[in-house]
Design a protein around this ligand. Structure first.
Ligand code: AMP
Ligand code: MG
Length: 301
């Protein structure tokens, strides 16, 4: 790294450290408990993305490196009412994604879940966290923002919303990036169709075929910030949803065994720390938000 690159990296890492501090402090203030991340498990998020999990053989059984902690979050709700975890995820993204500026194959999510919460509770919490982060960065990292030449405005709450259907009708298939480039403040995408997401996202009883979930989209072309929502928590519904997705029950047998007594109802989300850092710092590419970025298809230390 050149001296200039090292100086910029140091500035970005200082801001990232402040982002993590504020997120954790704000959640602790609201009585969330911090959990250690799960790195390896026989069960992990199957994801409705063209990614695959990294697997290793442990004592004769295949374990996956965590793609997201969704299943463990549902299990943890039997012990805790609200919790968060800085969860490292490994997702073997397709190599073409090395050019998006948004994809790493190892990244960290702030993943959280709240028992008995609704989607709207998770959305309000997220808005509060994001506004707190931006306010603290303004206050505690003034010099760093100046060094990066970043002008960051404090978004107005509540953030605007658009349904998936409306976004698709107005802007076509590439609506996420079009919306992101158009917007000056973050915007919620809600009511995502059942076919576009995973089996554990709760179907809206009042709007069949659509989910009680949401994405947050950053402004200025930074793209998706997070995904979250309410979860399918009842065993019979979970089974139905796996089958409706054309997946087989055998693939999820370890998870289904644990789901037999139903999980507590909940809502939550996972927000990527590198993407958040990229947005806060105004970086061109997500890899600039990590000291050891894992770029799809490349050999990375
Ligand atoms: P997902 O549940 O797939 O929406 O992932 C949750 C969040 O993690 C996303 O909204 C992003 O902020 C972040 N994320 C997902 N995949 C990646 C990736 N390949 N590289 C960096 N961040 C990611
Ligand atoms: Mg997503």
């Amino acid at each position: 790294m050149s001296l200039e690159e090292t100086t910029k990296m140091k500035t970005v890492l200082k801001i990232q450290s402040e982002i993590r501090r504020v997120l954790a402090d704000e959640l602790r203030k609201r009585e969330f408990i911090e959990l250690s991340p799960v790195i390896l498990s026989p069960i992990t998020d199957p994801l409705n993305h063209p990614t695959s999990p990294a697997t290793i053989n442990c004592y004769g059984k295949n374990y996956s490196v965590t793609q997201s902690m969704i299943f463990h979050k549902q299990l943890a709700l039997r012990t805790l009412d609200k919790f968060f975890v800085f969860s490292p995820n490994v997702r073997l993204e397709p190599e073409e994604r090395k050019n998006t500026g948004r994809h790493l194959f190892e990244f960290t999510q702030l993943d959280l879940e709240v028992k008995d919460a609704k989607r709207e509770d998770a959305m309000r919490l997220c808005e509060e966290l994001l506004v707190s982060v931006i306010k603290s960065i303004h206050k505690n990292c003034t010099t760093e923002l100046k060094q990066l030449g970043r002008k960051l405005t404090i978004p107005k709450q509540p953030f605007k919303q658009i349904t998936y259907k409306e976004a698709y009708q107005k802007y076509g298939e590439d609506f996420e990036m079009i919306l992101s480039k158009m917007c000056k403040e973050p915007i919620w995408l809600i009511d995502i169709p059942i076919t576009a997401r995973e089996f554990y996202d709760r179907e809206d009883p009042a709007n069949p075929g659509y989910l009680r979930d949401m994405d947050l989209i950053y402004p200025e072309g930074y793209g998706e910030a997070l995904s979250g929502g309410e979860r399918e928590y009842q065993y019979e519904r979970i089974k139905q949803r796996i089958l409706r997705k054309g997946q087989n029950l055998e693939q999820f047998k370890d998870y289904l065994e644990l789901a037999k007594n139903d999980f507590p109802p909940s809502a939550g989300f996972g927000i990527g720390i590198e993407r958040l850092t990229r947005y806060i710092c105004g970086l061109q590419r997500v890899e600039e938000a990590s000291l050891f970025p894992k770029i799809p298809g490349k050999v990375c230390i």
